[in-house]
Design a protein around this ligand. Structure first.
Ligand SMILES: [Zn+2]
Ligand SMILES: [Zn+2]
Length: 395
């Protein structure tokens, strides 16, 4: 059988990556890098770098903030444990990017929703972040002293990227080590080239309007929770009745009757909280959505990886394809998920969220949270899932 690109979960258990940190070279790190890259945390310009280098440390920190783990930058035991939990096959880390790609209308709606939820949202009206343009600090780097850097420090501090132990330097226009680290973290979070310099792209990003809530508080990423797929694709207003068919290229451990029941439960939950209606059809030609089980490389450029690791994936509106990994041990539709099984209903619900245009949420209660442990059970939409769909389809 053609195996997928990797099975990181098994590898992690076999290899001793635990506790490895920057500057070390440990067998298996390459796999950790591929894992972080697959799920959107690590972006190498050049993929030759196989050492546990700075980019990897930043990727681990980003991963840790996403999953609200201690912010160590090391592959500590909690981080490795989180990585071994089976996972939706789509990347997690579009959330901050997504915020920047939102249309103005939905950004405002998002801000209002967040304000209601948190009660602590800062004034949504935009205050200028910088007293003048950032032109003067353009291309500045470590060791330099440039007027205006103080304001950049305040900006990075406000959004959680910069924490001075000793605040003496904070009011200075000096480009020091702490500022360089903060800029690298900022660049990583916004998928910019990680230069550690205030280059033009970084300055451009800092000058853009943004949500007023910090991205990192005490080492944890904050809002937003729900996110939309890049470019905010969604079903057109006249498409609220969607028909689905089941077409598989591989046979899973559950029979078709159970698969149909599980899908019907999963669609039913989304229908309960939206204007969407979903109906099973035997006629593939009529179907808007096509669900099925597949194994390994199945021809869409997103090969599955055998048991564990990625469990399923789905394509954005209006593509309509949803694939389950046939190599997993799936539960049936009953309210009993054994400790070695993954919940078919819950994963179907999660992937249907993608079919409708939602991306991953950081809210652990949300169906759109990307990780789910075996034997774990989550079959109702959280308020975060519902708000996400409402926001997406109300603009
Ligand atoms: Zn997902
Ligand atoms: Zn696929």
């Amino acid at each position: 059988m053609q195996r997928g690109p990797m099975n990181f979960t098994t590898l992690l258990k076999e290899l001793n990556l635990e506790g490895s940190h920057k500057g070390q070279r440990v067998q298996g790190l390459h796999e950790a890098e591929r894992y972080l890259n697959q799920f959107g945390f690590l972006k190498y310009e050049d993929s030759n770098n196989l050492e546990n280098d700075e980019a990897l440390e930043l990727a681990i920190k980003t991963y840790q903030t996403f999953y609200q783990l201690a912010f160590t930058g090391k592959l500590d035991s909690n981080t490795v444990k989180q990585m071994t939990i089976p996972h939706c096959g789509l990347p997690d880390f579009n959330l901050l990017m997504n915020l920047l790609y939102l249309s103005k209308a939905s950004l405002l709606l998002l801000i209002q929703l967040l304000a209601i939820q948190s009660g602590s949202f800062t004034n949504a009206k935009r205050m200028p972040e910088f007293s003048k343009s950032l032109k003067d600090v353009d291309e500045s780097q470590k060791g330099q002293r440039v007027q205006g850097l103080r304001e950049v420090k305040h900006y990075l501090n406000k959004y959680g990227y910069l924490n001075y132990e000793d605040s003496n330097n904070f009011e200075e226009d000096e480009f020091d080590e702490a500022l360089e680290v903060a800029i690298k973290t900022y660049q990583t979070f916004f998928h910019l080239k990680v230069t550690g310099k205030l280059d033009t792209d970084t300055i451009k990003k800092m000058s853009m309007p943004r949500c007023g809530v910090a991205d990192i508080i005490n080492g944890s990423l904050t809002h937003p929770q729900f996110t939309f797929l890049r470019g905010e694709p969604k079903w057109p207003y006249y498409k609220r009745h969607l028909q689905y068919a089941i077409v598989s290229s591989a046979i899973p451990n559950v029979n078709l009757t159970e698969v149909k029941k599980a899908c019907s439960l999963a669609f039913g939950e989304w229908a309960r909280f939206s204007d969407f209606r979903f109906e099973f059809t035997d006629y593939v030609g009529h179907a808007d959505l096509i669900l099925g089980f597949h194994r390994g490389d199945h021809g869409d450029g997103h090969a599955f990886d055998g048991r564990d690791g990625a469990l399923a994936h789905a394509f954005p509106p209006t593509n309509g394809r949803l694939h389950f990994d046939a190599d997993e041990i799936w539960s049936d539709s009953s309210y009993r998920v054994r400790s070695n099984q993954v919940d078919l209903v819950g994963i179907a619900m999660h992937e249907i969220g993608h079919l409708l245009g939602l991306d991953h949420s950081r809210d652990e209660l949300a169906i759109m949270f990307p990780g789910i442990a075996k034997g774990e059970f989550k079959r109702s939409l959280s308020s975060d899932d519902r708000d996400g769909l409402l926001t997406l389809y109300s603009s």
